[in-house]
Write a protein that binds this ligand. Structure first.
Ligand code: PBG
Length: 330
């Protein structure tokens, strides 16, 4: 009690603050999401995500080597495939020679130490921009799971260290674990997007991959709310995370980040495996836009958000700021 206790004593100067600091950040806390596209020596900036590019495989590899030098040890990869490869089955997703599979091979070949986590979801391959196969106006859960298993096994064959299912189908972690094991990939891990909310913060990502739900000649859901979670819910996130642990997930994820840190903490307290947080495209875009206007200090806001995500319970953070933050930490 005051005056015996004075909290400010521990905040007197930076040295004192540094010895009592409870949380720290390092480059190995980050995963970098990367967008890959067809072509050679090609990159194009995503207009709603300044500083973030779609790159051809060769330029992706160059970037991966730079990230590794900075201490970043994991990348989450997403592909933008040509429209003529899209249909309602998503079958291009398990083409062993597809863009994703080639990208995985190229990255692992050039930088074996980089942990490669391809996205497992059908939306980049769906003509309707949905994460599953559509029948009678809805996503067919179990058929979608079968497709996801083929996709994940194909990623594993290409050399993926982890697969990262982001689709929110029921039971997909169990099916993926069984499928990977049956194909001999017991050591390929699963990072599950366990509590993934139906969020407007994904807008810029959908620009990057041109993967927003589309109108169509058949009846299709207009949004992803029948599979991604309602952002009004908390207990449901814990349920989803616990199911995924039981089904064999190695890492669970909460997504988005900053507006969901209560969920991060609760999931962290509920599970005994690492918790990842996805600091998503819209969160990146907001900081970039405000900084461009001179309304916020870019670097300070970036580091504050990343530190707060870690403090909330993140073991690792998928963030488009990974490279900038790693540079700053260096
Ligand atoms: C798609 C997927 C999305 C993101 C990661 N995987 C978008 C969506 O569900 O529509 C969002 C990532 C971001 O916004 O940065 N399966």
């Amino acid at each position: 009690m005051f005056p015996l206790q004075r909290g400010r004593r521990l905040r007197t100067n930076e040295s004192i603050r540094s010895i009592v600091r409870e949380t720290s950040l390092s480059a190995a806390d980050f995963m970098f999401p990367m967008f890959i596209t067809e072509g050679e020596n090609y990159k194009s900036e995503i207009s709603s995500m300044p500083g973030i590019f779609r790159r051809s495989i060769d330029l992706t590899v160059t970037e991966v080597l730079e990230l590794f030098d900075l201490g970043i040890r994991a990348v989450n990869i997403y592909v933008k495939v040509n429209d003529d490869l899209k249909d309602n089955t998503g079958k291009e997703a398990w083409n062993d020679n597809g863009l994703m599979q080639q990208a995985i091979k190229a990255i692992k070949n050039a930088c074996p130490g980089m942990i490669v986590m391809p996205d497992v979801a059908l939306d980049p391959y769906s003509i309707y921009g949905h994460d599953g196969i559509i029948e009678n106006g809805d996503i067919e859960n179990d058929k979608t799971n079968e497709a996801l298993v083929k996709m994940a096994v194909s990623h594993a064959k290409a050399g993926a260290d982890f697969v990262a299912p982001s689709d929110m189908m029921d039971g997909r972690i169990l099916r993926l674990r069984q499928g990977l094991d049956a194909a001999g990939f017991q050591n390929v891990g699963i990072m599950s997007y366990s509590a993934k909310y139906a969020s407007a913060f994904y807008g810029p990502f959908r620009d990057a991959l041109d993967s927003a739900p589309k109108t169509a000649t058949i009846e299709v859901p207009k949004d992803k709310k029948t599979y991604q979670m309602d952002y009004a819910n908390r207990i449901e996130a814990i349920k989803e995370a616990l199911y995924d642990v039981e089904e064999g997930a190695d890492i669970v994820m909460v997504k988005p980040g900053i507006a969901y840190l209560d969920i991060v903490r609760e999931v962290k307290n509920a599970v005994n495996i690492p918790v990842a947080v996805f600091h998503v495209s819209g969160e990146y875009a907001m900081i970039k836009a405000a900084a461009e206007k001179g309304w916020l200090d870019h670097d300070k806001i970036m580091m504050e958000q990343l530190m707060c995500i870690k403090r909330a319970g993140a073991t690792l953070i998928s963030t488009y700021f990974a490279k900038e933050a790693a540079l700053l930490l260096k």
